[in-house]
Design a protein around this ligand. Structure first.
Ligand SMILES: Cc1cc2nc3c(=O)[nH]c(=O)nc-3n(C[C@H](O)[C@H](O)[C@H](O)COP(=O)(O)O)c2cc1C
Length: 295
């Protein structure tokens, strides 16, 4: 029996495979056995409803997706009544992804999240005009938001870092000092798509957030840098397509990973990745995932 369990701070996960925020919805329960996952992060929730950006909002690139959703959601009250009860039925660990346009909004939403495994704080969305990566690029703001959120909840707090910084070690350190239990490295990278008909940027907000295989080496490098500079558990996120990517993230320093855009291409990827991880570890003679990093 191969043991895939992993620890994020004090939190034990049955395996390192989490589904990322915004890339899955409840119809996936027909395809994926959620009980097999390490956990899921739900679509971002803000204290008040948010319309998101005008269409178009998502398009494919040669090696990934680029989106400009703009964190559309129906706000906390709807989340609490309609979504949270369904999340609780999934039989896996639930992390609630939250965002706000001010420290006050982050405090408000953080104080309301209850009865889940943890909170993921999104301070890194490149597709909004207020907050988002503007907060995530400023280590002082990262510290203040993390501290404010941690002051409002007893749940473990994960801070989702922006890749659009010169020194991701600094923002990871700021999250740690603010009280974060872990960081997610990292969110989507800003990018541009030109519409050839209009000869203008495709998205109304000009840029979108690039995800998928194109960003894997970049996000992996972020994990590596943080691991070598800051003593905090890391969740790797960016471009994971198969079990080898998961192992690379693990060896670079991640304790868990998030699967994002791959779910659109292959909804069975999470289960295939788990099965292939077990096979690989067995073939190599490892009894558990932690042994991979033993010399
Ligand atoms: C359509 C779409 C919606 C997303 N929505 C959110 C969101 O609400 N909150 C968030 O923190 N990240 C969001 N993300 C970012 C993903 O959670 C993930 O960090 C990113 O896609 C990188 O992982 P990947 O390369 O495996 O897709 C979204 C990504 C996509 C493609």
């Amino acid at each position: 029996m191969i043991d895939l369990s992993t620890k994020l701070g004090s939190l034990e996960l049955q395996n390192p495979v989490l589904l990322a925020s915004g890339v899955w919805d409840f119809p996936y329960t027909k395809i994926i056995d959620f009980k097999r996952l390490g956990g899921v992060i739900c679509k971002g929730v803000s204290p008040f409803p948010k319309e998101g950006n005008p269409p178009p909002r998502i398009t494919e690139t040669h090696c990934g997706l680029i989106n400009s959703i703009g964190l559309e959601n129906k706000g906390f009250d709807y989340f609490e009544c309609e979504i949270l009860p369904e999340l609780k039925k999934l039989g896996t660990k639930i992390f609630v992804n939250i965002f706000g346009e001010s420290i006050e909004e982050f405090k408000e939403i953080a104080s309301k999240i209850k009865e889940v495994a943890g909170v993921e704080v999104n301070i890194s969305c490149p597709n909004v005009s207020k907050g988002g990566e503007k907060f995530g690029k400023d280590p002082k703001m990262v510290f203040s938001i993390t501290k404010a959120v941690c002051g409002e909840t007893d749940l473990p707090v994960i801070v989702k870092l922006s890749p659009s910084v010169e020194n991701i070690e600094e923002t990871a350190q700021a999250a740690k000092e603010g009280g974060a239990m872990a960081v997610t490295a990292s969110n989507t990278f800003p990018g541009l798509v030109i519409d050839l008909e209009s000869k203008r940027p495709l998205f109304k907000r000009i840029t979108g957030g690039l995800s998928g295989p194109a960003i894997k080496p970049l996000a992996l490098y972020n994990v590596y840098r943080i691991k070598n500079a800051v003593d905090i558990p890391i969740i790797g996120s960016g471009g994971i397509s198969d079990y080898k990517d998961v192992l690379e993230y693990f060896i670079a320093g991640a304790s868990a990973v998030q699967l994002g855009s791959i779910i659109f291409n292959n909804p069975l990827a999470p289960i295939e990745i788990l099965d292939n991880l077990i096979c690989w570890l067995g073939e190599k003679g490892y009894k558990n995932l932690k042994d991979v990093n033993k010399k």
